[in-house]
Structures are given as C-alpha cells and as structure tokens.
Design a protein. Sequence first.
Length: 262
Amino acid sequence: MPAAPSSVVDASEVALSTRSLSLWYGPRQVLSEISLDVPARRITALIGPSGCGKSSLLRCLNRLNDEIAEARVAGGVRVGDTDAYAKDTLVHDLRRRVGMVFQKPNPFPLSIHDNVAYGLRLLGVRRRRELDERIEAALRFAALWDEVATRLDDSALELSLGQQQRLVIARAIAVEPEILLLDEPASALDPAATLRFEELLHELAQRYTLLLVTHNMQQAARVSHFSAFLHGGRLIEFGDTDALFTNPGQRQTEDFITGRYG
Ligand SMILES: Nc1ncnc2c1ncn2[C@@H]1O[C@H](COP(=O)(O)OP(=O)(O)OP(=O)(O)O)[C@@H](O)[C@H]1O
C-alpha cells in the first residue's frame, strides 16, 4: 500500500492502517478517502465534532459495519499484514485481534468469571486451570483483580460502572488482541473512575495499540500520544498530540480544539 499522506511514523511501528477509506450508509457518504497509519503500542485519539464519523471509522476497522445492511466500504484497511476486507479474512478472527470497548459498559449477564472466560472458551480453552490463570491475568492487567478476586461467581451486572468498564477491558484483552478500539469509554464514568481509567489506558498502551474516540479535549491531550482530527468525514490533520494541540497545522483543527465550533 502507498504511504498515507498524513504518515508520521516509521512503517515498522504501524499496527493498523487505512488507505482511501470511504464509507456510505445507503446513498449518504459519511467517510471520505481516509488514509491513516496508527502507531503500534501508542494511544491515538480520534477527535472531531459530533457526527463527523469517528464511531463509523472505528466500526470499519473491525468490520462491525458489516452488521449494518446499508453500509458500503471502499478503500483499504490493514491490520498488521492482514487485509481486513480480503475475501479470505475471517471476521471473527479479525474481531479477536481488533477488540472494541463501547461508551456504555456491556458486560454479559453472566458471572464476572464467565464474562472473561467467554472469548477464551470460544477459542477452545477448556482446561479449568488454564482458564483460571488467563482470567486472573486479564483481570489483573485491567486493574480489577483486587476488587473481584473473592467474588468471581457474582453477576457482572452487580459491579459499578467503572468496574464494569474495566471488566469489559479484561474480557477484550483475555483473547490477546493487538488493537483496542475504544469509543468514548470513559464518558459514563464519574471523575474519579475516569482518572483511574485513564491510568489503565497508559498501562494498556505498553502492550496494545489503542485508538480512542473522545469528546473530551482535555482527555485527548492528557492521555494520547497521537491525535487524528476528523471533520465532515474527512481526516483533516493527524500528528503528535502535543504538536497538534499547541500548534495545529490547519485552521479547522485550531477552531475545533479552541472550542470555536463543535
Ligand atoms: N447505522 C447508521 N445508519 C445510517 N447512518 C448512520 C448510522 N450510524 C451513523 N450514521 C450517520 O453517520 C454519520 C457519522 O456518525 P458517527 O456516529 O460515526 O459520528 P461520530 O463522529 O461518532 O458522532 P458522535 O461524536 O456524535 O458520536 C452521522 O451523520 C450519523 O447520523
């Protein structure tokens, strides 16, 4: 694939890339020719006004838009060496490699243990000991183990929202993804849980590539290494977060981050 015009990183560090990615819902085009290289093991924030296509872009990356009958995609998405839209790409494998966390925590109505075991069992992990070890490792990495170790058989729905969001992260990382797509994952959390969650994002970025949609500019500036600004379904600017926030290259970016619109 040719290099993205907005490329800011060495190709060896790219975990996921899009080339001229466009998306339509029926006749309406909502993404136009997006070419983006997402750096590996870094946090990239996707920012932009409501309706600019941030969630739609995330859903193209693990092919969740396949579930929307009228959605049509053009252009390319690569995850590592895999062409996400190739005929022989297995969608369930792609979604294991590219996990997703939504705004509202969505634990299954199962026990805490079985939520994290879910994907592992689908992968064929059956032995109790291996399951338990991997569940503990995932819960520890998601900074939830200490709070749930003695109540793994309780319903996940009894956890607080902040705990549920960390459980969903544990569920996602238990199957060893490469990339986590996070769609406003902290917006339902209170300020203390949000701070805690942001610390967790930093921990996660040591091992995984994170792509984070956020409406909160302070959060984008605080937690992300790179930022991509979308407007009207187009990628307007992509770069190092500090540089983009202090010295935006485009007028539209400046207007957005200074709160002049959106
Ligand atoms: N399933 C769908 N069918 C048709 N149109 C859709 C669908 N989902 C989103 N859209 C439209 O696509 C455009 C982009 O929406 P999207 O949710 O991706 O934007 P966003 O930047 O994530 O917005 P927000 O910040 O408000 O969450 C919007 O105009 C929206 O109405």
